[in-house]
Design a binder for this molecule. Structure first.
Ligand code: NAG
Ligand code: NAG
Ligand code: NAG
Ligand code: NAG
Ligand code: NAG
Ligand code: NAG
Ligand code: NAG
Length: 484
């Protein structure tokens, strides 16, 4: 029988001599520092690996992670802050870090922390050049109403766009449909919290964020191809509070994080309903000056948007396509870069933007943020503003008696504030189309400001992305002009 003290010593030695746990390729493993002995892992041999770390809980001190790629033998000591050849620190930003390199003899990963409460973290090993944990492109806010929001993820997969060719140059139908659904869809999760309740300074990782409670209800989640960039997830949220700031993240496959973006719901007085999921106008996901949707619906889609509005729109696209097709598309080239397919697509986007007007509202934080009279012909975003050094959105009040921009729009029967299309929506179409179709966009020196937001994306004298904001909307919830 061994004396008790010796027994303790022996088990301590055993614990110390314990072999390091080996990490598995192309998978994510979860750990807690309180149950780590030793605080290091062995990395298998592999020509090239991306090692990624995600913190899953809030830590009181900043932990550090070190990787070495000399060998994974048990005799090799843990890599640490003392450095040495082939020892690298994984730089952590917002709870996320990764290191990519060669592991011809395997390697080691160690964690150093002075956090006595412990914390949990995930480790991913990827044989693909892409780390398993990463932050990806931001989600896209469609629009909000007083209690709803429509949010789209960044594109997660491309789809095939058949490029038409002469002599069978077939353009998409005027009443086109969405591309066939993707063969597989990643697990996409939307996390929305009131900005005032969001945990600031917490890690921006999938494992941490998915443990947060989400505000509002997700009425619908679907795959939507908004533009040629690819398939996205689209969420329709309800049950939000008017005039409230929200923070949104999208988590893809539990490990890839997109966000945050911020948005504000409209005031309780805002009445314009959301319109979305129109295959013939796939970029439309915003509120419009329409009467309340038919009973049983909380928004408009292709299924319940009045045909008195959609039929003429589709007919315009059909007639334009017909005119365009009189050109020898695919045989005679009017531009080395653009074809009739680009022209038709950009015409569709422009037509959707101008014939389906968008409602908006001055930000509650900035109630004077709109032009009280339609802008002067030469107005740009900043000229339209009354406040120096502040860029105001291209908002114009529309009175009940004003003639509608689109004669086929049903009457709202009350005044609203319209957000004008960005002038670039017209210029992009102009650049994509052959001269003979006769597209003429207004210029900033001659009447553009009356019907378009001018000078936001491109400068008023046409400098690309040289405008006041360089973009139609930003991640902070500002929407300067309408771009479909
Ligand atoms: C470890 O990685 C570094 C950086 O990628 C590389 O220069 C070095 O050759 C690698 N060490 C071994 C033993 O492969
Ligand atoms: C990910 O985050 C880092 C650090 O915040 C940033 O530099 C990088 O641009 C981000 N990447 C993407 C795709 O957003
Ligand atoms: C022309 O192309 C369309 C679409 O690519 C295809 O459906 C059609 O069968 C083709 N017609 C001929 C005559 O090849
Ligand atoms: C929402 O955020 C904006 C900009 O940060 C701020 O000015 C405003 O006061 C916030 N509104 C509410 C209701 O918290
Ligand atoms: C999808 O991701 C969420 C958040 O990361 C996770 O909670 C959920 O279990 C995942 N669902 C599936 C089916 O993998
Ligand atoms: C457009 O296509 C949809 C579905 O294919 C159909 O229900 C609708 O009637 C069509 N609209 C027009 C104007 O052709
Ligand atoms: C499209 O062309 C047809 C035939 O020329 C015409 O009857 C129809 O009114 C046109 N549609 C629109 C919206 O102008």
């Amino acid at each position: 029988m061994l004396p008790e003290s010796l027994l303790c010593l022996l088990s301590a030695t055993f614990a110390f001599a314990q072999a390091r746990q080996q990490l598995t390729l192309d998978s994510v493993a979860s750990f807690n520092t309180l149950r780590l002995n030793p605080p290091s892992f062995s990395i298998p041999q592999e020509e090239r690996l991306a090692v990624s770390i995600a913190l899953c809980s809030v830590t009181s001190s900043q932990p550090r992670f070190f990787v070495s790629n000399i060998s994974n033998s048990d005799g090799q000591s843990d890599p640490g802050p003392a450095g040495g050849t082939n020892v690298f620190e994984i730089k952590m930003v917002d709870g996320l870090g990764s290191w990519t390199g060669g592991f011809p003899n395997g390697g080691l990963l160690s964690v150093q922390s002075s956090d006595s409460d412990g914390f949990s973290f995930d480790v991913g090993l990827s044989t693909n050049a892409e780390p398993l944990h990463q932050n990806i492109t931001l989600p896209f806010l469609g629009d909000t109403t007083s209690n709803q929001a429509i949010v789209l993820s960044a594109p997660f997969a491309k789809f095939d766009i058949p490029v038409p060719s002469y002599p069978n140059y077939t353009l998409p139908a005027a009443n086109m449909s969405q591309p066939p659904p993707p063969s597989s869809t990643p697990n996409m999760t939307l996390i929305v919290t009131e900005t005032s309740r969001a945990i600031t300074g917490g890690p921006r990782t999938g494992c941490f964020l998915s443990s947060q409670t989400t505000t509002g209800a997700i009425d619908e989640q679907m795959v939507w191809a908004r533009d040629i960039l690819g398939y996205r997830s689209q969420w329709l949220l309800s049950g939000l509070t008017p005039s409230t700031n929200y923070t949104a993240f999208v988590i893809q496959d539990s490990t890839k994080v997109s966000g945050p973006i911020y948005f504000t719901t409209k005031s309780a007085a805002f009445l314009c309903p959301l319109v979305h999921s129109l295959p013939f106008c796939p970029g439309v996901a915003y509120s419009m000056p329409l009467p309340a949707p038919p009973a049983g619906s909380t928004s408009y889609t292709a299924a319940n948007l009045p045909s008195t509005l959609t039929d003429p729109l589709i007919s315009y696209i059909a007639n334009f396509t017909h005119v365009l097709s009189t050109f020898a598309c695919g045989r005679d080239w009017y531009s080395p870069l653009k074809g009739c397919d680009d022209c038709q697509r950009e015409y569709r986007r422009w037509l959707c933007a101008v014939s389906l007007p968008r409602c908006s509202e001055a930000s509650p934080a900035n109630p004077d943020g709109f032009t009280s009279v339609p802008a002067e012909p030469s107005a740009t975003g900043i000229v339209a503003s009354k406040v120096a050094q502040q860029v105001l959105s291209a908002l114009v009040p529309v009175e009940t008696r004003d003639p509608p921009r689109n004669e086929f729009m049903p009457e709202l029967g009350q005044p609203y504030t319209a957000l004008l299309p960005c002038l670039e929506q017209c210029n992009i179409m102009d650049r994509a189309c052959p001269p003979f179709v006769g597209i003429k966009c207004p210029t900033s020196t001659f009447n553009a400001g009356a019907s378009y937001g001018v000078g936001y994306i491109d400068s008023a004298d046409g400098d690309e992305f040289g405008g006041l904001t360089g973009t139609a909307q930003d991640r902070w919830g500002n929407v300067w002009c309408q771009l479909v």
